[in-house]
Design a protein around this ligand. Structure first.
Ligand code: KIV
Ligand code: NA
Length: 265
């Protein structure tokens, strides 16, 4: 069975079908999500936080993200694999963006890339698309700009709504195949979704976007501290903590390993 393509996602929008997206950063979880039928997997630069332990996405590099992308691509058969371009790898020029995106496509085997920003990255989007690289946009709360935004806060309220809608239209015009809307009022996300012909993917953007995305560790209840927009569908934090302490107890008490876990001479 072939991989999901950007054409499939365009068709889903025409048919009014909603779809889920999750992040993935390693072989085993990517495989689980692929087998669960998640059509799009994002190797997010949120790896900065959930894999590498940085407090923002600003420090993470291509050298850190490309191998994770390759792991996800190798371990999946059906999902469209999208790679986030990290801070500093694309803002400089369209040519810089093409070099970065090419690395994620060639070494990481991604089928698309994502970058943050509105009209300021339109030329980057145009060049990548003309080079044959599908681009997912990302507006609203763009974590790579946390230092200019002054924190992680809702975007596009009041007068800022019109600018966000303009940015969204500009990204569509530049050729983006889809657009992440992060942390924006539901009404604005609904308006953008209606006005664009490409799918919108919401995170903290209410129920009206064409798709929804969550960081998988948030979705599965592994992350210790999450935003209001997260719903935890499992409690992996507790499950793993209990497993680790049971293992620890068994080792201390000599209850593990048993004979069935051991080899004879
Ligand atoms: O890096 C990430 O995980 C993301 C999604 C939350 C959209 O950009
Ligand atoms: Na990201």
């Amino acid at each position: 069975s072939r991989r999901v393509t950007v054409r499939d996602l365009a068709a889903a929008k025409r048919r009014g079908e909603r779809w889920p997206m999750l992040t993935a950063y390693d072989a085993l979880t990517a495989r689980v999500f692929d087998e669960a039928g998640i059509p799009v997997l994002l190797v997010g630069d949120s790896a900065a936080n959930v894999v590498y332990g940085y407090d923002t996405t600003v420090p993470v590099t291509m050298d850190e993200l490309v191998p994770l992308t390759a792991a996800v691509a190798r371990s999946t058969q059906r999902a469209l694999v999208v790679a986030d371009l990290p801070f500093g790898s694309y803002q400089g020029s369209p040519q810089q963006a093409l070099e970065a995106a090419s690395r994620f496509m060639k070494e990481g085997r991604a089928q698309a890339v994502k970058l943050e920003g509105g009209h300021t990255v339109a030329h980057q989007v145009e060049l990548l698309v003309s080079a044959g690289i599908p681009v997912m946009g990302h507006v609203g709360l763009t974590p790579q700009s946390v230092n200019t935004l002054g924190g992680y806060r809702v975007q596009g309220r009041g007068e800022a709504a019109a600018d966000l809608l303009k940015d969204a239209k500009e990204l569509e015009r530049a050729g983006a195949f889809s657009l992440v809307l992060e942390c924006v009022p539901s009404e604005l996300a609904a308006e953008v979704t209606e006005q664009l012909s490409i799918p919108t993917i919401g995170i903290g953007a209410g129920p009206s976007t064409d798709a929804q995305v969550l960081v998988w560790q948030d979705m599965a209840g592994l992350s210790p501290k999450v935003a209001k927009f997260v719903k935890a569908y499992a409690n992996l934090n507790e499950t793993l903590r209990e497993a680790a302490s049971s293992f620890a107890d068994d080792v201390v008490q000599g209850a593990f390993p048993e004979e069935r876990h051991s080899y004879t001479a």
